[in-house]
Design a protein around this ligand. Structure first.
Ligand code: C2E
Ligand code: CA
Ligand code: CA
Length: 635
């Protein structure tokens, strides 16, 4: 029997060893003894160290988790805040916003949208029509009006980016604009622009109306003219009236600007009441008004209107307890609307007004082409006058004043002359008024005063010099100083200087003029009231100021012997002067008959062609001598 035949006992297979965790395998490896056994203590130490490490790791990861959680919390809080901020921003926007999705359903609105439409809420998911249907502001209007507004709003959808503007039944003006979004939805922006529109409407109104009277101003008048021209029918005529108030300045100066303003408002009301509704009454500034009359049937109709306007404005106004009497002058231009040029029309009416005023107050005048020639000549005159002053073309002539009883020369009146290089001697009536209008009267007046004081200083002591003053020379308030300078420079005795003023100087700013007259009297000069009897002839002027002399206007002297009224006036004036101790001088004495009447009426002195025309300086002393010789011969 062989051993190999013996059956070898077979060990049962060992149960499969559980696979070691790689850390444990590594630790077992490191604890293995050289004989293949395991150093249990070392293994335990290794395992324990690993647990300690794991603990540290877990704690670390716990802390990291905590930190992450905290950060997440902060981030979430932040985003909630952002949302809040976003919502607040949306709600506080000036514009209302409504966001719709691609299917046209509401996603969100801001508070301003709800406010504008007067809604408590707008349910997400509803359609635009449903949202708007609940708006009380839109439903107060009639059903059709409501439909129109909603349709108009929705219409904005078809024109993305096009802003529509709606005037709501409650008077508000709302703009709506639709913007398309990338997801197919849309955002509607709604704004209440009522205030802005009102403000711009107000500004537009102010720019076209006169602030005081609320009448159209020049700009609106021009627009109305353009409008009329566009709509004119063939042969249609219109008229432009330019109107200026008489004596308005006097009211402003004496009663003050508030009363002047109130008067202008009252005038505007009267004017508006006198025209038809399609005519345009405009205020062009100051006391200048204009009226555009449409569909004019005849010149006669316009004449009647002018007369009505003048009559109506001449009726007294009662303003703040003042009884105010003014008047009006009117210039008219009528044209066919087809051939109308607004600038020319206004200018022509203005020229006609100028003519109306020069013919006395309370007149109306129609434009004629010769006025244009006149205006051109006047412009030339203005240019020439300015040149004349620079190149010393002015001169002074002197007209003697004779004492009626003795025939002695008691003075000369200084009268300005213009030696025009081509036209020869130009009389003052042809240039003094223009000088007043273009502001040259101060310089011309000063020249005459300086020159005549200098000339008079060479005459005998008994001979005075009378110098005319324009009312406008009182405006600057420097007149007394100028007179004092003339006296100083010439060395003339102030008692030999007489200043002649007309009643018109007393009309405006009476107190201011009287103050200056008193200053002049303090200088020692004499003051005469010129042209008495013409103009306003209020005896109160004689009472208001102690004049030294009254000069009876030549119009009365001319009529002496033919007109009993003139004699009565001359008699009244000489009588009054006699009793008040004022000297009287008659102007324009041309005949012996006139002189004899003046002797009988006890007039103090006389002046006129009967004695002498105004003469150049060189002829003055010879005239004085001739009169002296006459006197001694008579004696
Ligand atoms: P006025 O002050 O009434 O002067 C009298 C005017 O009557 C003068 O006219 C004189 O030449 C004229 N005259 C004198 N005697 C007679 C007469 O017997 N018959 C007629 N028909 N006329 C006579 P003139 O020189 O043409 O002056 C006209 C007006 O011009 C003056 O009227 C005066 O208002 C104004 N004027 C003249 N020089 C000046 C001046 O230097 N300054 C101002 N502000 N005005 C002046
Ligand atoms: Ca005079
Ligand atoms: Ca006079």
């Amino acid at each position: 029997m062989t051993l190999s035949a013996l059956p070898i006992p077979v060990e049962p297979p060992a149960p499969p060893r559980p696979a070691l965790h790689q850390i444990a395998a590594r630790q077992a490896e490191r604890a293995r003894l050289p004989d293949g056994g395991i150093d249990i203590d070392r293994l335990l130490a290794l395992v324990s160290a690993t647990y300690t490490e794991t603990d540290v790791d877990r704690r670390r990861s716990d802390r990291a988790n905590r930190l992450m959680a905290e950060e997440l919390e902060v981030a979430l809080a932040k985003s909630a805040l952002q949302n809040l901020r976003f919502k607040a921003a949306l709600d506080n926007m000036n514009q209302g916003l409504a966001l719709f999705d691609a299917a046209g359903h509401l996603v969100l609105t801001n508070q301003r949208f709800l406010d504008i439409y007067g809604l408590n809420q707008a349910t997400p998911g509803s359609t635009l029509d449903e949202v708007l249907r609940s708006s009380p502001y839109l439903s107060v209007s009639t059903a059709s009006e409501h439909r129109r507004l909603v349709k108009e709003y929705d219409g904005a959808a078809s024109a993305y980016g096009a802003k529509i503007e709606q005037r709501w039944p409650d008077g508000r003006t709302i703009t709506i604009e639709r913007t398309r979004l990338v997801d197919g939805g849309f955002l509607d922006t709604v704004a209440d622009v009522t205030e802005a529109r009102n403000a711009s409407a107000q500004i537009a109104h102010l720019a076209r109306h006169d602030a005081l009277t609320d009448l159209p101003n020049r700009t609106l008048l021009r627009e109305r003219l353009d409008e009329m021209m566009r709509n004119a029918r063939r042969g249609d005529r219109c008229a432009m009236l330019c109107l200026d108030l008489d004596r308005f300045k006097l009211v402003n100066d004496t009663l003050g600007h508030p009363i002047g303003d109130a008067l202008l408002v009252a005038v505007a009301e009267r004017l508006v009441s006198l025209v038809r509704h399609h005519d345009v009454v405009a205020r062009l500034g100051g006391d200048e008004f204009s009226i555009l009359v449409q569909h004019v049937t005849s010149d006669h109709a316009i004449e009647q209107l002018c007369r009505r306007i003048i009559d109506e404005l001449t009726q007294p106004f009662e303003i703040a307890g003042h009884h105010i009497q003014i008047g009006a002058s009117i210039g008219v231009e009528t044209v066919e609307v087809d051939s109308l040029d607004p600038d020319t029309m206004l200018r022509d009416a203005d020229l006609a007004l100028y003519r109306a005023k020069s013919g006395g107050r309370g007149n109306y005048c129609f434009y004629t082409p010769d006025m244009h020639v006149f205006a051109t000549r006047r412009r030339e005159l203005e240019i020439e006058l300015r040149r004349a002053l620079k190149s010393e073309e002015f001169e002074v002539h002197y007209q003697p004043q004779i004492e009626i009883g003795s025939h002695a020369v008691v003075g000369f009146e200084a009268l300005a002359r213009w030696y025009h290089p081509e036209r020869g001697i130009v009389p003052p009536n042809d240039f003094i008024t223009v000088c007043e209008e273009i502001g040259l009267i101060g310089a011309v007046g000063e020249f005459v005063l300086m020159r005549s004081c200098r000339d008079a200083a060479c005459w005998p002591e008994s001979v005075k010099i009378a110098v005319n003053l324009s009312a406008l020379q009182f405006k600057s308030g420097t007149l007394p100083a100028m007179v004092a300078r003339a006296l100083r420079v010439s060395g003339l005795d102030p008692r030999r200087l007489e200043l002649e003023i007309t009643e018109s100087a007393m009309l405006e700013d009476t107190a201011g003029v009287i103050k200056q007259l008193r200053e002049l009297k303090r200088l020692g000069v004499l003051i005469s009231l010129d042209d008495f009897g013409t103009g306003y002839s209020s005896l109160s002027h004689i009472r208001n100021f102690p004049f030294d002399r009254v000069k009876i206007d030549q119009s009365f002297v001319r009529d002496l012997g033919t007109n009993s009224d003139s004699l009565a006036i001359v008699r009244a004036v000489t009588g009054l002067c006699g009793s008040l101790g004022i000297m009287s001088t008659a102007e324009g004495v041309e005949t012996l008959d006139q002189l004899n009447i003046l002797v009988a009426e006890k007039c103090d002195s006389a002046q006129g062609y009967y004695f002498s025309r105004p003469v150049p300086l060189a002829d003055t002393l010879p005239f004085v001598s001739r009169m002296l010789a006459l006197q001694s011969r008579a004696a």
